[in-house]
Ligand binder design. Structure first.
Ligand code: NAD
Ligand code: GDD
Length: 354
């Protein structure tokens, strides 16, 4: 296997895992991002810090490999993105940045003679009016039109899906488009405002377990703050399943957008309890105001099974247990660094500043 591959967004959560996955399969890989991966070094053969909103940076990212051979495959994951806290509050930034990144990256790929181009779209493309109930009908690929996504983030994803569709038709580029449903796992953003519900629940559970009380207010019964009534629903896919699905789709001959997610729907209250179970602690739910996005969302995997003969299979409890262990480790390291962990007898030796 000696194809040359470019992964954009390789300093981010899924991109970093995908680089490791492709290296394990024997590819030569160049990673590009605004930043290096935060939690461990990249496995890429080359890693460039580039701002892909810029046309010159996109051309640079698609220069030939050191052996003079062109880049064969591109996995385009770079995006300004995050969970509901971020995407509901940054519409202009997201639309501006992601349109620039995606229009420039695909055109630079075309000029460089790239054969296969993989675009990472989102379940956020689906119309808001199909997601108003917690007990939602799972979303089929054809539900995306007539289009009515909730946020600018989803509109940009639809726009770039179409860009891929037209590049395939006009230039014969082999494009692949996936619609991810909420992806979680180890080495993912777990604090800072861009984290999604799984990492947020696990971090809040870990605070409650290690310090008692709730994040920012230690002491007392372990408590987790949940945005809304917690009865909103989602399905969650572990990042290992995600990488496997991405690769299978890239190697298929299917050019249309395809869901990639699990089809087991849970409420956010249930997600919180699964995280608490992994932590071995009972927590109280405290429901507070916060951005909620759609009321319910689930993936219809009929097409996925048909096209790939496969679907994600890592059970939520297993994926959360693995991810929780990593997040608790991150939090422990952070608290130990500032001397804020409980003493041996369980008493608090200090109070974490809010
Ligand atoms: P992430 O934020 O961890 O990774 C995206 C990376 O893109 C980041 O490292 C960021 O620095 C980089 N980036 C942003 N602007 C850039 C620029 N101008 N130039 C170069 N790099 C830039 O997100 P992720 O969860 O790994 O998501 C990867 C892709 O999958 C994104 O396109 C995202 O929209 C899509 N997606 C993810 C999910 C999910 O649940 N994680 C769901 C749907 C779609
Ligand atoms: N992030 C977060 N943090 N969400 C919380 C929290 C919290 O502390 N408490 C409750 N929630 C609820 C949100 O209100 C929302 O209803 C639900 O958990 C899921 O939130 P997110 O995981 O942040 O986002 P999402 O599922 O609505 O959308 C995500 O997945 C899409 C793909 O399915 C985002 O990451 C999108 O960018 C992505 O495209």
């Amino acid at each position: 296997m000696n194809e040359r591959v470019l992964v954009t967004g390789a300093g981010g959560f899924i991109g970093h895992h995908l680089v490791t996955y492709l290296k394990n399969r024997g590819y030569w890989v160049r990673g590009v991002d605004l930043k290096h991966p935060e939690y461990e070094p990249t496995a890429a053969d080359e890693f460039d810090i580039l701002d892909l909103r810029r046309w010159d940076a996109c051309l640079e990212s698609l220069r030939p490999a050191p052996d003079g051979r062109k880049i064969d495959h591109v996995y385009a994951l770079a995006a300004d993105m995050g969970g509901m806290g971020f995407i509901s509050a940054n519409h202009s930034l997201i639309l501006h940045n992601n349109v620039l990144i995606n229009t420039h990256t695909i055109e630079a790929a075309r000029k460089a003679g790239v054969e296969r181009y993989f675009y990472t779209s989102s379940a956020c493309v689906y119309p808001e009016h199909l997601q108003t109930e917690a007990n939602v009908t799972p979303l089929r690929e054809s539900d995306a039109y007539p289009a009515a996504p909730q946020d600018a983030y989803g509109w940009e994803k639809l726009f770039t899906e179409l860009l891929c569709h037209y590049y395939a038709g006009d230039y014969g580029m082999e494009t692949r488009t996936v619609r991810f449903h909420n992806v979680y796992g180890e080495l993912g953003t777990w604090e800072g405002g861009r984290e999604k519900a799984p990492a947020a629940m696990m971090r809040k559970v870990a605070y409650a377990k290690l310090l008692g009380g709730k994040e920012g207010a230690p002491g007392g019964p372990p408590t987790v703050e949940i945005w809304g009534d917690g009865e909103q629903t989602r399905s969650f896919m572990h990042v290992d399943d995600c990488c496997e699905g991405v690769y299978r789709l890239m190697m298929s001959d299917y050019r249309e957008p395809l869901n990639l997610g699990r089809d087991r729907m849970v409420t956010i209250n249930e997600l919180c309890d699964i995280a608490a179970e992994a932590a071995g602690v009972d927590v109280v739910h405290e429901h507070i105001d916060g951005p909620q996005g759609v009321r319910g969302r689930n993936s219809d995997n009929t097409q996925l099974r048909e096209i790939l003969g496969w679907e994600p299979g890592i059970p939520l409890e297993e994926g959360v247990a693995r991810t929780y262990e990593w997040i608790e480790g991150q939090l422990r390291a952070k608290l130990e660094a500032v001397g804020k962990l409980p003493s041996g007898d369980g008493a608090l030796v200090d109070i974490l500043p809010a």
